[in-house]
Design a protein around this ligand. Structure first.
Ligand SMILES: [Zn+2]
Length: 157
């Protein structure tokens, strides 16, 4: 191996403020980082996968969902994570973009709110001890979605 870059990283183990299920769409990268700072998340385990919380709400396959649950459980085990933040965003390729909603951003937002509710319900069913927050992100900001508390009882069997 040849060293090509130098930096100094903290070696101490850390407690994770939140594991975050998020899409890798780069258009939201800066807004995402600013948002985390705003809500006080310093140490995060970001799980970036196409579609973000879609992989819990309406996964392409059960394997996708299992993989994601495994990642969340690993964050909990390694970093004592108590909070999971679920996120989806506007014009996400995982959902076929805004086109899949006929360009209707209101319909898309409504759909994604329900997706977050499904994702949160599934996660609370699978890992009852975890706290869950859910957010929808569009090109103008971040929207909080009420989820887990109201529908914590609705867990898939
Ligand atoms: Zn996306």
């Amino acid at each position: 191996m040849t060293k090509v870059f130098h930096f100094d990283a903290a070696r101490e183990r850390y407690h994770c403020d939140a594991a975050i299920v998020w899409c890798f769409d780069n258009r939201f990268h800066l807004g995402f980082a600013k948002f985390l700072k705003r809500i006080g998340i310093e140490k995060s385990d970001v799980i970036k996968i196409a579609g973000g919380a879609k992989c819990l709400a309406s996964p392409a396959s059960e394997a996708e969902r299992e993989f994601l649950l495994q990642q969340i459980r690993t964050s909990i085990r390694l970093h004592d994570t108590k909070l999971v933040i679920l996120m989806v965003h506007s014009d996400c390729g995982g959902y076929g973009g805004l086109e899949a909603f006929g360009g209707d951003s209101g319909a898309e937002a409504q759909h994604h709110e329900e997706e977050l509710q499904r994702a949160a319900a599934f996660l609370q069913g699978a890992i009852p001890e975890i706290a869950v927050q859910s957010y929808f992100v569009d090109f103008e900001g971040v929207w909080a979605v009420e989820t887990a508390k109201e529908i914590a009882g609705i867990a898939p069997s």
